[in-house]
Design a protein around this ligand. Structure first.
Ligand code: ASP
Length: 363
């Protein structure tokens, strides 16, 4: 049957409507905003109190955290990858003697620096880790090289440093990583524990030649960790996490903490979240803290802050563990949570204001 004029008109309207819908949909798709970038940074959790840090220490740490966060934000602002932002941020902190990573790392009980680090790309679950490295200036870059340039995930000790040297990563003598304040802090702890004091590392100034930075660990019982970490979200919607540390002061030679263990101190998956932890690593390893936070997001549908608080304030505390995490999701949720008197921390999102915090009574 031939369609009537009315039916023709109706068909035309339908086709026109469909075409308009299609056009609207494709324009909306083309105009879909990129993700808004965001970054969260930590510089360690611990017994960090106003009285111990003092105004000069407080100002110095906040300035360093701001500088590191801005270095990462710059990468993200220019459309760079979350992974690059994490590495750039951690470089700044590894070079800064205030933090327990790279230069300024704490000492083992026998007076050496053994550093651990990991990085993870949430977009493809690629990861790289190093432990007990003592020569590579930027352990985070070594971890990244393990991820990108080897078939492995985790390298340790001399093999890891040798690999770093072989691909041209900067190598340094023990005196580069040495700081007088960390040394004094080690000596104080070993004396208290009645343990032998190791000789000062070769090539460092003689005792008494330099004045230690006053706002380190000087009051009795002040435990201050200083590990560093970053999590970031880039404009493509990918997330990444990284952590770098000298570990725990006066640790046994060969001890490895949670930071380089994927799922314990560092984890990232676009399916859930990216996490970097800090605290007494033994608890973080046993609880697989970083993966645990992401599990609650992925399988229980928890908002990020609630997931982080559940792991830190319920699960970690139940084991009498101490420390904290920073975290981020691909949809832009950012969180930090810690059960210590302080955690050095900062966050910044696209179009937002830099927020820096130290003590537990700050937002
Ligand atoms: N988690 C680190 C470790 O146990 C230390 C820290 O975060 O301060 O090696």
């Amino acid at each position: 049957m031939k369609p009537s004029l009315f039916q023709w008109k109706q068909q035309l309207v339908t086709v026109g409507f469909a075409a308009a819908l299609f056009a609207a949909a494709t324009t909306a798709w083309a105009q879909q905003p990129a993700h808004h970038w965001a970054i969260v940074v930590h510089g360690g959790a611990g017994v960090i109190e106003r009285s111990a840090l003092g105004p000069a220490g407080d100002t110095a740490y906040r300035a360093s955290l701001a500088r590191a966060t801005e270095a990462g934000a710059k990468v993200l602002e220019q459309g760079g990858r979350a992974l690059d932002a994490v590495e750039a941020t951690i470089h700044v902190l590894e070079d800064d003697p205030l933090f327990n990573a790279g230069r300024g790392a704490v000492f083992t009980s026998d007076g050496r620096n053994e550093m651990d680090s990991a990085i993870m790309d949430g977009s493809n679950l690629m990861a790289g880790s190093v432990a007990s490295v003592s020569r590579t200036r930027h352990p985070i870059s070594l971890a990244r090289a393990v991820m990108e340039k080897t078939p492995h995930v985790f390298l340790v000790g001399k093999g890891a440093d040798d690999f770093g040297a072989s691909i041209g990563l900067e190598q340094e003598p023990p005196s580069y990583f040495f700081t007088e304040s960390r040394w004094q802090s080690l000596v104080k702890q070993l004396k208290k524990e009645g343990k032998p004091i190791p000789p000062r590392p070769a090539g460092v100034p003689p005792a008494g030649a330099t004045v230690p930075v006053a706002f380190f660990d000087e009051s009795p019982g002040l435990r201050h960790y200083g590990t560093v970490g970053a999590v970031a979200l880039d404009v493509k919607g990918n997330i990444a996490a990284g952590t770098s540390t000298g570990g725990m002061q006066a640790k046994m030679p060969g001890r490895v903490g949670d930071s380089p263990i994927i799922g314990a101190g560092t984890y990232a998956s676009n399916q859930s979240c990216a996490v970097s932890g800090t605290g007494t690593g033994e608890y973080f390893i046993r609880l697989t803290v970083a993966r645990e936070v992401c599990n609650l997001v992925q399988f229980k549908g928890m908002p990020l802050q609630q997931a982080a608080d559940t792991v830190i304030h319920k699960e970690l505390e139940a084991l009498h563990g101490d420390g904290g995490v920073i975290a981020i999701t691909p949809d832009g949720q950012m969180a930090w949570s810690f059960n210590t008197p302080g955690m050095f921390r900062a966050q910044l999102r696209e179009g937002g204001k830099l927020q820096v915090g130290v003590y537990n009574d700050e937002p």
